[in-house]
Design a protein around this ligand. Structure first.
Ligand SMILES: [Zn+2]
Length: 111
């Protein structure tokens, strides 16, 4: 049985390595301080993962039909959208806006 190498698998190792370096630099850290350091690192990773997955979802969007006249819509640039994540983090997403060349309707797909 051979295991496939998944790049995501490196993430916890990287995190553990980073935190053990931090701990070496802060050998007298209290449990509370250690927990805070772990939380801070996890929060960064969580935000990166959420943004990465959200962007992948956007990349898979199909060209929508105009809800007004049924023509294929064209890309009309992306709009930034800020979401509040857990613990008050701001997660920034780019949303694709679509525009109908026939009637000028613009559309933000839900999601
Ligand atoms: Zn239209």
């Amino acid at each position: 049985m051979s295991e496939k190498t998944d790049p995501q698998q490196d993430l916890p190792n990287e995190l553990a390595h980073k935190l053990s370096q931090w701990h070496q630099a802060n050998p007298k850290a209290t449990l509370t301080e250690i927990e805070a350091a772990v939380e801070a690192e996890l929060a960064i990773v969580r935000k990166q993962l959420v943004e990465k997955l959200a962007h992948e979802t956007i990349g898979e969007q199909k060209v929508p039909d105009c809800p007004q006249c049924g023509q294929k819509m064209v890309k009309n640039g992306q709009r930034k959208r800020k979401l509040k994540g857990k613990e008050g983090q701001t997660i920034q997403l780019n949303r694709q806006q679509w525009r109908c060349l026939s009637c000028g309707t613009t559309l933000f797909p839900p999601g």
